[in-house]
Design a protein around this ligand. Structure first.
Ligand SMILES: [Ca+2]
Ligand SMILES: [Ca+2]
Length: 384
């Protein structure tokens, strides 16, 4: 585990392609950035071209792909409708690992949204899920796995975070353990459009934030790591250096990728709802607490309408893309990648494939990257 990252710096400024957001898409606005050249996918000195290889099919609204420590051959696929499925040796196990379909409201942006396994899962036996409950409110729930490690023990369910949701959309939903061993959760601004109650800039509200807690520490103490977020549907840490990449879904003009180096510490304001991407959204001053951080990459409506954050590639199968951050758009299916250099996005390119309904990315024990299509397919990123 790496140094603590709680956040920090970043100003950055590279403009990437173009598009904007999710359920409350509204009228398109002028786009300030152009979509990167669609013809690439290879670059000088990197003759490799990428493609996707199907690894599983027939899932029900897959929205998250995760691995558990100590289980290198197993992928856990989260179905929005309430099950966690196990994909092992290329085969999808019929019996779910967990089924919370009776505990949740699903559809639209609601449902079972992610899973994260304790860093010491091999001994610890705990994992955590994020879902919207039958009332549509956010719940982060702790479970223990059963003795033979084939399924959750439902009797162990314990709610560790409960946040009321004022609207059905913008529920965030990402859970991930950081390099500091703490559990991070992404909270959207609560929903509707334009953050009507201005929660994202309000540090007394848990909506529009990234929160973290020590699941081995005092019960249910959550710290705000970052704020000014609209709907950080997916974010990830670079496993090699602890850098944080947050994809924040835009309102009607710009989708954004935010980046924090691992050296950064302290509270960060990512700007919403004063800013949407690099554009001004509301004529007011941002909350001065912490540091205001601008996105490293944005795109407008010509690139899609809802960004899906991915991972920095740290696998061994495709050396040419080592260190590239992959992300895409749910609406257009376009996938891009770039490298961070000097806290700016460099070498941005559009990859030579699209994934319709791109709901999520995943990273396996070896650092290989997966992509999930909401229609039910999981792909692996491979070289041609
Ligand atoms: Ca909501
Ligand atoms: Ca507002």
């Amino acid at each position: 585990m790496r140094a603590c990252i709680a956040c920090l710096t970043l100003f950055a400024a590279i403009t990437l392609g173009g598009c904007a957001s999710d359920a409350d898409r509204s009228t398109p606005s002028p786009v300030t950035a152009s979509v990167p050249d669609a013809t690439t996918g290879s670059e000088p000195g990197e003759p490799v071209r990428l493609r996707l290889e199907k690894v599983a099919d027939g899932l029900q609204n897959p929205v998250h792909v995760a691995v558990a420590p100590g289980e290198p051959d197993r992928l856990y696929v989260v179905e929005q409708t309430g099950a966690i499925r196990v994909l092992e040796d290329g085969r999808l196990r019929q019996a779910p690992f967990l089924d919370v379909s009776n505990d949740i409201q699903s559809g639209g942006e609601q449902g079972l949204l992610s899973v994260a396994f304790h860093p010491e899962y091999e001994e610890d036996e705990r994992f955590f899920v994020d879902y919207t409950d039958i009332h549509g409110d956010t719940r982060v729930v702790e479970y223990r796995v059963n003795e033979d490690r084939t399924a959750a023990d439902p009797s162990t369910a314990r709610i560790i975070l409960a946040v009321e949701q004022p609207y059905s959309n913008h529920n965030g939903g990402q859970l991930v353990f950081g390099p500091d061993g703490l559990l991070y959760v992404g909270m959207g601004d609560g929903g509707s459009g334009g953050d009507p109650e201005n929660r994202a800039q309000d540090l007394s509200d848990r909506l529009g934030k990234i929160l973290r807690t020590d699941v081995d520490g005092p019960a249910d103490e959550w710290e705000i790591v970052a704020y000014g977020l609209r709907n950080p549907w997916r974010f990830s840490f670079d496993r090699e250096n602890g850098e944080l990449y947050i994809a924040d879904v835009g309102q009607s003009s710009q989708e954004e990728i935010n980046y924090l180096p691992s050296s950064a510490t302290g509270l960060v304001n990512f700007g919403w709802d004063v800013f949407e991407g690099r554009l001004r959204h509301e004529e007011k001053e941002p909350n001065p607490a912490g540091r205001l951080v601008r996105p490293v990459a944005v795109y407008g409506r010509d690139g899609g309408c809802s960004v899906t954050g991915g991972f920095v590639y740290r696998g061994e199968a495709i050396p040419a893309v080592q260190g590239r951050y992959f992300y895409g758009d749910y609406c257009s299916g376009i996938v891009w990648s770039f490298r961070i250099e000097g806290e700016k996005a460099r070498e941005l390119r559009r990859e030579p494939f699209e994934v319709e309904g791109l709901s999520s990315f995943g990273e396996d024990a070896n650092g290989e990257i997966y992509l999930a299509a909401l229609s039910g397919t999981i792909y692996r990123l491979v070289a041609r």
